[in-house]
Design a protein around this ligand. Structure first.
Ligand SMILES: Nc1ncnc2c1ncn2[C@@H]1O[C@H](COP(=O)(O)OP(=O)(O)OP(=O)(O)O)[C@@H](O)[C@H]1O
Ligand SMILES: [Mg+2]
Length: 286
C-alpha cells in the first residue's frame, strides 16, 4: 500500500515545490513508483517538470470539482517511474467551488483511494494557504512534510499550521502523522542559518530531518529548464542534499537507499567565515 505525503506550509516561498519536485524525483530514482499531484493553482510543480501551463490539457481540478477519473489525468514526466497530475489555473477557483460541495474536505481523499495501491509514494504539493485545497491534502495524506526556510521568522506561523494539522486529526483524518520537518535554503556563511537550525531542532526534536537543504543557485535555476535538479545538475550540492533527504525519508520507512550521505552533511555545516549574526532567532512555536 502506498503512502500519501502532503508537503505543506502556509508560508509562501519556503521550498514546498522545490522539495516536492526533487524529493519525488530521488524517490523514483531509488526505485519507488511515485505520483506527484500539483494542488497549487500557481502550477510551479507542473512547470518544474517541464509541463507548460498553457499546454496542460487536463488537471487535478477536473477530478476534484468535476468528478473526472483521476487515472485519466496522470501524465508521465521525464523522470522514469514518476508521474504527475498537473495543476491548471482553473484550480484558483476551486477553493470557492469546493465550499458548497458535500464532503468538501474529503474530495481528494476519495479520489486517491483507488490509486494508492499503484504507487509507493504519492506526494501532494500544497498552495501557500490553509484553505480547502490544503485541508483536502491533509485529509487525504498519511503524513505531512513541512519545509521551513532558514530565515529570521523561520518558525512564525508554524503554530497555526500545527493547529490546522490537529484540527484535521480531530475531525477528518485521525492517523495523520508528521513525517518530518525539513530545513531549506540553509546558508552556511551566516550564523542565522545555524541559529535557525539549532532553534528548530530544540523545539521540534527528532521530527526534523537530519538532512538540511542548502541555498543553491542550481536548485533555483532548474525549474526554468523544466528539470528536477537530478536531471539538471546531479553533481550540485542541492542535488546531493535532496538525494540524501529521499534516502532519509526512505530510511524512516524502513527502506535502504545506497547513497553516500557524508559529502552532503559536510556541504551544509556552518562555514568558518561567519558575518555578524542578526539579533537572535524569533521563535513562536512551542
Ligand atoms: N534550496 C534552495 N536554494 C535556492 N533557492 C531555492 C531553494 N529552494 C527554493 N528556492 C527558490 O525559492 C523560491 C521559492 O521556492 P518554492 O517555490 O519551492 O517555495 P514554495 O513554498 O513552493 O512557494 P509557494 O508558497 O509560492 O508555493 C523559488 O524561486 C525557488 O526556486
Ligand atoms: Mg509552491
Amino acid at each position: 500500500m502506498g503512502q500519501i505525503i502532503a508537503c505543506a506550509n502556509q508560508k509562501g516561498g519556503v521550498g514546498k515545490t522545490t522539495t516536492v519536485v526533487n524529493l519525488s524525483t530521488y524517490l523514483a530514482l531509488a526505485g519507488d513508483a511515485v505520483l506527484v499531484i500539483d494542488l497549487d493553482p500557481q502550477g510551479n510543480t507542473t512547470s518544474g517538470f517541464g509541463l507548460e501551463r498553457g499546454e496542460v490539457q487536463h488537471s487535478v481540478y477536473e477530478a476534484i470539482i468535476e468528478d473526472a477519473d483521476v487515472s485519466d489525468l496522470i501524465v508521465a514526466t521525464n523522470v522514469p517511474g514518476l508521474s504527475i497530475v498537473p495543476s491548471s489555473i482553473s484550480l484558483a477557483g476551486a477553493e470557492v467551488e469546493l465550499a458548497p460541495l458535500p464532503q468538501r474536505e474529503r474530495r481528494l481523499a476519495r479520489i486517491l483511494t483507488n490509486l494508492v495501491a499503484e504507487y509507493d509514494y504519492i506526494l501532494l504539493d500544497c498552495p501557500p494557504s490553509l484553505g480547502l485545497l490544503t485541508v483536502n491534502a491533509l485529509t487525504a495524506a498519511d503524513a505531512v512534510v513541512i519545509p521551513i526556510q532558514c530565515e529570521y521568522y523561520a518558525l512564525e506561523g508554524l503554530s497555526q499550521l500545527i493547529a490546522t494539522i490537529n484540527l484535521v486529526r480531530n475531525h477528518l483524518n485521525p492517523d495523520l502523522a508528521i513525517k518530518g520537518v525539513v530545513l531549506t535554503m540553509y546558508d552556511p556563511r551566516t550564523n542565522l542559518s545555524a541559529e535557525v537550525d539549532a532553534e528548530v531542532r530544540k523545539h521540534l526534536g527528532p521530527a526534523v530531518f537530519e538532512t538540511v537543504i542548502p541555498r543553491s543557485v542550481r536548485l533555483s535555476e532548474a525549474p526554468s529548464y523544466g528539470l528536477p535538479i537530478a536531471l539538471y545538475r546531479p553533481d550540485s550540492k542541492g542535488a546531493e542534499a535532496y538525494a540524501a533527504l529521499a534516502a532519509e525519508l526512505r530510511e524512516r520507512d524502513g527502506r535502504r537507499t545506497p547513497v553516500a550521505r557524508d559529502a552532503v552533511d559536510e556541504s551544509v555545516s556552518p562555514a568558518e567565515t561567519s558575518p555578524e549574526s542578526p539579533a537572535g532567532v524569533r521563535v513562536e512555536a512551542t
